[in-house]
Design a protein. Structure first.
Ligand code: FAD
Length: 274
């Protein structure tokens, strides 16, 4: 079985914590290499992310990696947080720029994820395995696809050890992206980010914002199933599992699942990969 990892978001209420506990316990049975926990840019989850990382680590015995987004943060705040993760025993960090919530003007001391990668390398050389984000279908704010690749390379040159992609539903975009990255001299593992489909209309809204494309034929199929929830679930799991199989057969070094703190959609995909 290929290496897998799971991404969670930090719960803020007791009900959400109970949901995460259930999900983490179920997904742990799939032996993930590690799990990760997102971070709200601008500090909106400043206490929740470390709390969750600790919970995943101590209660669930999972190797938990915090995401750290630098936009809106100061060197001192981020430095303190990194020390806290070090003290918890974390050895892996997902280093990102993040997107400030609209209306939050203050941009902080770091402009791009490259600055954060440089900072972590400089202050903690070699201690953390640093993952960064990358975009097979191009980051929505980049000038163009080649500039985006060059910016990805800058993160690797600054010291990133690996990369996780934004999710996509087009395996060819991933393969072409990896080929282009290799041609540019990017030699770190590029793990595809996989978004199992649980709520299609929510996914569509979210995809528009983050620059992931949902092929038209998938939307048409979803529409045709109407209220047949079971048919939608089956179709979605088959679709994502088929893509995962292609990715792995084509050389993807692992699969990183965006779980949205739900176990079923991810487990339905994994069950089809056996
Ligand atoms: P960067 O690598 O800094 O790139 C941002 C944009 O700037 C790109 O368009 C890039 O081409 C451009 N750019 C980079 N360097 C330069 C330069 N020198 N000059 C001009 N342009 C430049 N967000 C969160 O808030 N919290 C999370 O926990 C989180 N987790 C994520 C996990 C993964 C795996 C991924 C793929 C994304 C995640 N995101 C998260 C979303 C991410 O923060 C956004 O996509 C954000 O807009 C870009 O972050 P980045 O680290 O890729 O930024």
């Amino acid at each position: 079985m290929t290496k897998i990892s799971f991404e969670f978001y930090p719960p803020k209420t007791d009900e959400q914590r109970a949901q995460l506990d259930k999900t983490a316990a179920k997904l742990k049975t799939r032996n993930p290499e590690y799990v990760s926990c997102t971070f709200g840019a601008g500090g909106s989850t400043l206490s929740y992310t470390p709390e969750t990382v600790e919970r995943l680590h101590q209660t669930h015995g999972l190797d938990a990696a915090p995401h750290l987004s630098c936009v809106g943060g100061t060197r001192a705040e981020l430095g303190e947080l990194i020390e806290r993760y070090k003290a918890m025993g974390c050895r892996r960090i997902v280093a990102l720029r993040g997107d400030l919530p609209s209306g939050m003007g203050h941009a902080g001391e770091f402009r791009y994820a490259t600055d954060l990668v440089e900072f972590i390398r400089r202050e903690h050389d070699g201690f953390f395995h640093i993952e960064v984000g990358c975009y097979p279908e191009c980051h929505p704010q980049s000038e163009d696809a080649l500039a985006d690749l060059r910016h990805f390379k800058a993160k690797v040159d600054a010291g990133a050890d690996g990369a996780i992609t934004q999710y996509f539903y087009n395996a060819d975009a991933y393969f072409r992206f990896v080929d282009d990255a290799r041609r540019l001299g990017i030699d770190v593992p590029i793990v595809p980010g996989i978004m199992p489909i649980s709520n299609f209309s929510q996914l569509k809204r979210f995809s528009d914002a983050c620059g992931a494309e949902i092929p038209r034929w998938i939307g048409k199929r979803m529409q045709a199933y109407g209220d047949d929830v079971e048919a939608i679930r089956e179709f979605a799991a088959d679709l994502v599992a088929t893509m995962c199989r292609r990715l792995v057969e084509g050389g993807a070094p692992g699969l990183h699942f965006y779980t949205l703190n739900l176990s079923k959609p991810t487990l339905s995909v994994i069950a089809r990969l056996a």
